[in-house]
Design a protein around this ligand. Sequence first.
Ligand code: ADP
Ligand code: ZN
Ligand code: MG
Length: 491
Amino acid sequence: MSAAALSPEVLAKYEPVIGLEVHVQLLTASKAFCGCANHFGSAPNSNVCPVCLALPGALPVLNAKAVEFATLAALAINCQVRERSIFARKNYFYPDLPKGYQISQFDKPLAEHGWIDVPTADGTTKRIGITRLHMEEDAGKSIHDGFVDSANHTSLDLNRCGTPLAEIVSEPDIRTPDEAFEYLVRLKEILLYCGVSDCNMEEGSLRCDANVSVRPKGQEKFGTKAEVKNVNSFRFVRAALEYEIERQIEVIESGGRVTQESRLWNAAEGRTYSMRSKEQAHDYRYFPEPDLPPLLISPEFLAETRKKLPELPETRRARMIAEYELTSRDAFALTATREFADRFEAAAKTAKNPHRVANLLLSELGGRLKALGLEQEQSPVSMAGIVLAADLLDEGKISSKQLKQLFDLCFEKNEDFAAVYEREKPEQITDSSAIEALIDQVIEANPKQVEQYRAGKKTVAGFFVGQVMKASKGQANPALLNELVTKKLEG
Ligand code: ADP
Ligand code: ZN
Ligand code: MG
């Protein structure tokens, strides 16, 4: 079936409905129910013990740090945390699951009724509901290649068994693949700010199942959904959803019915394949975990955990926009990671004009890094260097042209700004009469602009400042130049 043959008119008759299930591994030192290291990349089967191997008689003990991280994440996405939640066994057979069940939570999850706000294309935000956040444990891994006998055998690595997870289930509030992408970006950002997961998709610390259905526009009832599994990047989630939406519309348009099933995303082919009919909750024979007591979250613990919440990205952007007079776009750039935002703010506070620090950081420095394909960490100019540059500009000790030249030198010589500035100490013309002479020349050469200025168009002063600065090869003292240009034009 080709899922690309539909006309825009046909596509426009339907509305997609999307809900996402995100699993994140929690960044605890040890596993959820035993003392084994929770570490990616160890030698296979080196981080295992009787508990996570499910040897008879071994008993789980809940990791307090995992509870703290899950609770922190729940609060960050505005969930209500239950005082009493229940662990449950989710029974199924899989070679990488030696217990034959996963410890999860079922009808009494840790947290419910949350939401996150997601920016939309038209500049507004849309609130996406979070149904629940529950705790569970990860399974091991089947390894199909990389061993000498991989052609004939599948190997098992049980290091991942018992890794603590939070599963975050969204309401079916998402309406487009772009919205789904944005939801994931914002969710990941929040989790990273909270420090509860490294959200590394390549290593599987963040995984996403995408549920999607379509319904004729105007119809209230949801259509039958398919669940797309094995999507290991946000871009692929978007692509898989785009594919799946068209596939379902094509099924309906040709008189068929969408089947409820799990489908597998094949990135190489850019399409989904039917994997299995979707299991129902009763297939898992959920029942309360007899080896673990109910999880009790006291109001005191909740209050303590709430205190550990960092300022979250949305709030931080809003504050920074107001505090440093930033555009929304710049605020997004400066808050890309919590660490970067922290470094910016610590530096900006020491500068005379924090707004200028932001500008230099994003345009002068950011532009050069981008052109060279470098990361922020590879920048020759430090935050302190940016602050110095901003202050020098502010005090009129260098012109913006000189600043650009100094930055160029920093990159050429791979040196920080302070060192380059100390050595170069760009010359400045601070002699009023020399600057006045240049101004006279420019005024003489541009009678039309002089007329405009005198007719009331005061912004033309900027033109003269620019021209004189150019004539001085960027060396005129900016403050003095500004003052003298106004004086001459007024005079
Ligand atoms: P299941 O029992 O099949 O796991 P759930 O009701 O638990 O289904 O929902 C799983 C995910 O699917 C949630 O993110 C939810 O928002 C989403 N979802 C539920 N119904 C639909 C639907 N008809 N279309 C798209 N997504 C849906
Ligand atoms: Zn163990
Ligand atoms: Mg479900």
